[in-house]
Write a protein that binds this ligand. Structure first.
Ligand SMILES: [Zn+2]
Length: 229
């Protein structure tokens, strides 16, 4: 049973888009899981073995309660009925209050398909009179994190203060050596420099050191405005 399930098209997307939130949730005592939909391979410098080891290292840094890989096809991810069913079964099994999915606009077809798949599976997970195992379950919210392969000027619904978690987020991202360090230019700004710049930009937008932006298709309800900064 999870409080939060972050669903990622590839191992590393959850880290890039939501590691700050994950670390914060963990500190607040929530049970947090990540479901990677595909292996993410092949990539130019990766292999299935390397990627699995990198994922295990990042999982340890994030302190996740649960992480699985759904084994759907990388580069060919689609919102098929079979994939929707498999994801809905995981949602019924883990029963998270909230889901996190990629932002819905992206150049990477796997990311666009992942968002559609999460939205469809969230709906299917609550179905009764089905041959899917497990009891019906409907996560209250889907929040969208940004891990976008576009020069996209995001307009998030809210920005989370991750100032105290930035270094740990970066450490989790650095675990994916085959993706973010190997084969990339060491000239500044490196890919990791750019991630820091981006986090600092979102921090500046809300008056703190580092921020992590999120979106939501549905209005966000609040019981109090006390935690606003
Ligand atoms: Zn990805």
């Amino acid at each position: 049973m999870l409080d939060i399930l972050v669903i990622a098209p590839h191992p590393d997307d959850a880290e890039l888009g939501a590691a700050g939130a994950i670390l914060k949730f963990k500190d607040e005592g929530a049970k947090v899981g990540v479901l990677d939909l595909t292996s993410g391979e092949p990539t130019p410098y990766g292999s299935l073995e390397k990627r699995a080891a990198e994922t295990a290292s990042a999982t340890k840094i994030l302190g996740l309660d649960w992480r699985e890989n759904l084994g759907l096809p990388n580069r060919s991810l689609e919102n098929t009925l079979e994939a929707r069913r498999e994801l809905a079964i995981v949602i019924r099994r883990t029963r998270p209050k909230w889901l996190f999915a990629p932002y819905w606009i992206d150049a990477h077809p796997d990311h666009v398909a992942a968002t559609q798949l999460v939205e469809a599976a969230r709906f299917w997970a609550k179905l009764t009179q089905t041959d899917m195992p497990g009891e019906p379950w409907h996560p209250q919210r889907i929040f969208n994190y940004y891990c976008v392969h576009l020069k996209h000027a995001a307009q998030p619904a809210f920005v989370l203060d991750i100032s105290n978690y930035w270094e740990k987020k970066l450490a989790a991202i650095r675990c994916y050596h085959s993706q973010f360090i190997e084969g990339r230019s060491a000239e500044p700004p490196t890919f990791l420099d750019q991630l820091r710049d981006e986090a600092a930009y979102w921090g500046k937008a809300i008056g703190v050191r580092y921020g992590e932006p999120f979106n939501c298709r549905e209005p966000i309800g609040m019981t109090s405005m006390q935690s606003l900064i």
